[in-house]
Design a binder for this molecule. Structure first.
Ligand code: PFF
Length: 468
């Protein structure tokens, strides 16, 4: 299969990647998969599938992936590999080459800044997950009841100092990897974490398979219930495709910048999106049987992972070990995704101020860390602050809620839309053909990125604004 990912020969001479290069096509694919697999798959996908009609939702999700996710993933990887540069300067370079306005570098700006904003919130959840590794290993979930499980989580979120310590540790781990560079940081992390993560997932699914409630969980996840597929489900699928495939943050642009020249990007993207969807489904098969076995139901939001699951694992045999494995897997998944969120801004700082990678990673990391402090305070000392008041699409949200809303509801779709317009309509088809290699796959991609993607993204956007 690997052979089909590799193109016959390099296309032409281009600037060499400045900050590093993946050492093989396989590592490149693994890195993109690592960025994609994260909270989105483990936490959100199983819930969405159950909520919106099982395999009917999976079908709609796959349709969104084909219409929007795949074309945008190819576009972002291509922009990276073509420019071989950090997203901000890379877009500037391509725009100039094409005789277009340098203003298009706004795509790089939006992506890099959104990556920092997203990471500041993601890191908080990374911290919670690390706390839960220790809690599960120490047997804190044994024979919990619902009230105690809720209290356990609340004790954590209510305590700003504890949250700060976990958030700081998580950001330090992310900075450490990014600071070590592509070969010895990002690549080493991906090489180890992705296989370990998939192995743990396999063990968890195997364990869940032994539970009497497995069949009921399969039914919950896979029975097609088309009646539940309404417009909300469609937009949830579309929004999820964005987040789950790491689109719109510049992460794939910078990962594309390190891609070997001989890899076919049109072949890599389908492998990544299928793996990502499969990981989401497997996460569902690992979690839902455990939840059902304990007589609980699958709830949305942080409650599923940090209250329902501890409760469920606490009541079934072998639950302590499985819970520890689960939270370890979650930490790894969040960690490798976090790395890709930080990388675009770090490479910008390296180029802009000509500083060493480790210094750039620390500077950007501290900035993200400070933003994260605002998020973590919104769970306790500032929980009464509602920055947007009762502005309707959001309800009365805290800083953390507002941040998530802006990132997933507005900034990601906006960057996606601009990327589709730039690549589909402004960049010459010759340039994209050179990078992607022509053929029917290329022609199909061009149609999707020109027409389907922008229309779908505008819909998502209007929905986020509460207009559809
Ligand atoms: N794809 C990750 C997830 O599913 O949790 C989230 C993510 C990572 C989004 C990296 C964007 C990104 F650049």
């Amino acid at each position: 299969m690997l052979r089909s990912l590799v193109r016959a020969r390099p296309l032409r001479s281009k600037p060499l990647p400045r900050y590093g290069q993946w050492s093989s096509p396989f590592i490149f694919v693994l890195a993109v998969i690592g960025s994609a697999m994260g909270l989105g798959n483990i936490w959100r996908f199983p819930y969405l599938v159950g909520q919106y009609g099982g395999s009917a939702f999976v079908l709609v999700y796959l349709a969104c992936v084909v219409a929007v996710g795949l074309p945008l993933m190819v576009a972002e990887l291509m922009l990276g590999r073509r420019s071989r540069c950090t997203p901000i300067y890379g877009l500037l370079r391509i725009a100039r080459e094409e005789g277009l306005s340098g203003g298009w570098s706004v795509i790089g700006w939006l992506g890099s800044v959104t990556g920092m904003l997203a990471l500041s919130a993601y890191s908080i959840v990374g911290g919670w997950s690390m706390a839960y590794v220790f809690r599960s290993a120490a047997g804190a979930f044994h024979e919990l009841d619902a009230v105690a499980a809720a209290r356990l989580f609340q004790e954590l979120t209510d305590d700003p100092e504890r949250l700060l310590a976990w958030h700081t540790l998580f950001m330090a781990m992310t900075i450490l990897v990014v600071g070590r560079g592509v070969r010895y940081g990002l690549e080493e992390a991906v090489r180890w974490f992705v296989p370990v993560l998939l192995t743990i997932l396999g063990i968890l699914v195997f364990y869940a398979h032994g539970q009497p409630s497995f069949d009921r969980a399969v039914d919950f996840l896979l029975r097609a219930d088309f009646a539940r597929l309404d417009a909300t489900a469609l937009l949830a699928a579309l929004g999820h495709a964005f987040f789950s495939l790491s689109l719109g943050l510049g992460a794939l642009v910078i990962y594309g910048a390190y891609a070997p020249e001989r890899v076919s990007l049109l072949a890599v993207a389908p492998v990544v999106v299928l793996t990502d969807a499969l990981v989401g489904l497997l996460a569902g098969l690992a979690l839902v049987p455990v939840v059902f076995q304990a007589g609980l139901s699958v709830v949305p939001g942080p409650g599923l992972i940090f209250q329902t699951l501890p409760l469920a694992f606490g009541t079934i045999p072998g639950g302590q070990l499985m819970a520890t494995l689960f939270f370890t897997m979650l930490v790894l998944a969040i960690w490798i995704s976090a790395i890709s969120m930080l990388e675009p801004a770090v490479t910008y700082v390296m180029k802009r101020w000509r500083v060493e990678r480790s210094l750039a990673a620390s500077l950007v990391g501290v900035l993200v860390w400070s933003l994260g402090v605002l998020s973590l305070l919104s769970f306790n000392l500032w929980s009464h602050l509602q920055p947007l008041g009762s502005w309707s699409p959001l309800g009365r949200g805290t800083f953390f809620d507002v941040l998530n809303f802006f990132v997933t509801g507005l900034l990601l779709p906006l960057t996606g839309l601009l990327t589709a317009l730039f690549v589909g309509w402004r960049m010459s088809a010759d340039s994209s053909r050179i990078e992607l290699g022509g053929g029917w796959g290329y022609r199909l991609w061009l149609v999707l990125i020109r027409f389907t993607t922008p229309v779908a993204v505008v819909l998502l956007f209007l929905h986020a604004m509460g207009l559809v």
